[in-house]
Each structure stands twice: as C-alpha cells, then as structure tokens.
Design a protein around this ligand. Structure first.
Ligand SMILES: Cc1cc2nc3c(=O)[nH]c(=O)nc-3n(C[C@H](O)[C@H](O)[C@H](O)COP(=O)(O)OP(=O)(O)OC[C@H]3O[C@@H](n4cnc5c(N)ncnc54)[C@H](O)[C@@H]3O)c2cc1C
Length: 315
C-alpha cells in the first residue's frame, strides 16, 4: 500500500483500528449549520462546551445511548432538553421494550421532553446559525443548538482505497484477518462472522478483546475471536450494565428490586443470552458469568427479587 501523504513504512503485519465516525445530518436539512453538533471525541465536547448554559434550549436527535447520555448531561446542567426519536421507542435497535420504558420514565422524570415516533424534518437558521427545528409531525421548536446522535459509520476509507473487502465495516474472518494477506482489523471499524452474518460491535470491551485476539493471531495463535459482549452507559445516577447479545430473544424476565436495582434478562428458546442491569452490579456479575459459561438461569428464580442470585452460579 502506498500512502497518499508520501512517506511509506514497510510492515510485516498491519492492523486497521480506525474506529468510526458519527453520522451527521445531511446539509439539505441543515446538518452543516452553526450549532449542529456531534459527539465522538474530546474535541467535539470542547467545541460545544460553551453552549451548555443553564436555560439554553437543546434539541437532541436520536434516542440511542449517545443521545440519552447527552440528554442526561444537558439536563443535569439545567438546559431545556427536547429529544426526538423517529422509531416507535427509544433504544429500539438495542433493547427490549421493558428497557426502553425504564429509560423513558427516567428521562421524563428529570424533565426531558422526550418524543418518540417523531423525527427531525428540517432545521431553520438565521445568518447560518440554527434557530429552530421542524419535526416530522408538523410541530416546530425554537432551539439554541442541536446534538445529533444518529449512529456511527465505521471508518473504512483507507482500507477501501487499498481494495480490501468491506462488508458492514472492514470485513474480517473469525481470526481478524482481512481479505488481503497480513492485514487485520479490530474494533469499531471491523466486522467479523457470527451467527451467519458479519457482525460489528461498537463498544470499548469489544475493541479491547478483539485487538487482543488479533495480536494473538498475528503471533500464530490461530484462535477464532469469541466475543464476550459487555457495555455500560451512565445516565444521571444510573449505571446501566449490559452483558451478552440479545439478538433473537423471545422472552424478557424482569427482576425488580423495588429499592432501586432492576434487571431485564433476555432468553432465547429457554436459554439466557443477555441482560440489562440498572444500578444492579450483582445481577450483572451473575448474568455475565452465566452467559459466558453458556449456562442459563431459572426465570422463576430471576423474577423473584428476594432470591439469592449468586446461588445460580453454583454447579
Ligand atoms: C460519546 C460516546 C460514548 C460512548 N460510550 C460508551 C460506553 O459507555 N461503553 C462502551 O463500551 N462504549 C462506548 N462508546 C463506544 C466506544 O467509545 C467505541 O466502541 C470504542 O472507542 C471503539 O474503539 P476503537 O479503538 O475501535 O475506535 P476509536 O476509539 O474510534 O479509535 C480509532 C482511532 O483511530 C483514528 N484514526 C482513524 N482513521 C485513521 C487514519 N487513517 N490514520 C490514523 N488514525 C486514524 C481515530 O482518529 C481514532 O482516534 C461510546 C462512544 C461515544 C462516541
């Protein structure tokens, strides 16, 4: 591969860890206006820091984890927060309705004006600066700034230019190898085969584990990458911890320890596959260990908030 910048560096093996970039809004609906922000790195946060003045009106576009975390931060700092999610419910892509309901109640309880089934139509401006938003239900809102949290795109441009196969990111085999010898990929930019599809996981845990697997395989381990997915999200005083992948779940069991901790356990054909734990590190720890060991958990025991979860770990 030759670099467009000029300098060439030889390699024995090369690993793409190029991550991803936030999807922006099209310029045709105001995506390039002053006051329309995305969140990825510290420079994005620094760039919008001055806009976080108490009383400022912020519109958040997208009710995934990024949008909800941004809403929580803005709300805590005293901004007037409206969040629009064009799907039927927040977190629809990643969580069960029970988890969406839980986080909807949390945000509404903090005063977020949360609107689901409503998308952003277009942004309006004065002198190039965003001033208002028209929503797909015909309403319009005055806004001081907008935070866009509508997903990410894997950063594949250099790999693509080098003729490396792209499929939902930089395509790798189970060992992390790309379509070109001695080239590998890991993290947000990489897809790997799982369950008959090329899967991409967008999480710190995956970036670390997959990079370690690739490093081992460069050294000759020949071990397929087995993801052990985990994720977290901090919103207000809630720590959400997620273990496993909930794809294809057919049942959700709620464990509600009314004093605060709540967990939602996902089953597929009677097998525990994932859980969402809200302020419930014990449930998370037990569920994660069971999932990683390929074990299940009796739904009746899980649903009984008085039961001893640790007993589920006994052989
Ligand atoms: C606001 C926010 C909150 C998040 N919260 C969580 C969370 O709570 N829990 C969680 O698990 N995950 C979270 N994530 C996701 C997590 O940050 C990513 O999954 C993780 O950072 C991916 O790591 P990575 O190394 O693959 O990519 P990145 O962290 O994106 O790193 C890729 C790096 O490569 C650089 N790069 C790209 N192209 C080139 C090039 N051509 N040459 C040289 N360098 C290049 C980029 O500048 C970047 O620094 C969050 C993400 C965001 C944006």
């Amino acid at each position: 591969m030759s670099s467009p910048g000029g300098r060439e560096i030889a390699y024995d093996d090369l690993v793409f860890c190029t991550g991803s970039a936030p999807r922006g809004l099209p310029a045709a609906i105001g995506g390039d206006l002053d006051g329309v922000c995305v969140v990825r790195g510290m420079s994005d946060v620094d760039a919008m820091r001055a806009r976080f003045a108490a009383g400022a009106r912020v519109l958040i576009v997208g009710g995934g984890y990024i949008g909800l975390e941004a809403a929580a931060v803005a709300c805590k700092l005293g901004l007037k927060v409206t969040l629009v999610e064009m799907a039927e419910r927040i977190l629809q892509r990643v969580a069960a309705p029970e988890t969406s309901d839980w986080f909807r109640a949390l945000h509404k309880g903090h005063g977020v004006d949360l609107r689901e089934g409503v998308g952003l139509g277009t942004l309006l401006c004065e002198d190039g600066k965003v001033t208002a938003a028209e929503l797909t239900d015909g309403t319009s809102l005055p806004v001081d700034f907008v935070i866009v949290g509508v997903g990410i795109l894997p950063e594949t441009s250099v790999a693509e230019a080098a003729g490396i196969e792209i499929e939902n990111g930089i395509r790798t085999d189970a060992f992390g190898r790309c379509s070109v010898p001695h080239v590998w990929a890991a993290g947000d930019c990489a897809s790997f085969p799982l369950g008959g599809a090329q899967l991409r996981l967008e999480s710190v845990g995956n970036a670390i584990d997959q990079a370690e697997a690739v490093a081992d395989n460069i050294l000759g381990a020949e071990v397929p990458y087995q993801p052990k997915p985990w994720f977290w999200s901090d919103q207000y005083d809630v720590k959400l911890q997620i273990a496993g992948l909930n794809a294809g779940y057919d049942k959700v069991v709620v464990r509600d320890g009314s004093a605060g901790p709540v967990s939602h356990w996902y089953y597929r054909e009677g097998q525990l596959i994932a859980l969402d734990a809200m302020n419930d590190p014990r449930a998370y720890m037990v569920g994660k260990r069971l999932i990683e060991a390929g074990k299940s958990a009796d739904p009746e025991v899980v649903a009984d908030a008085g039961s001893d979860l640790k007993a589920l770990l006994k052989p």
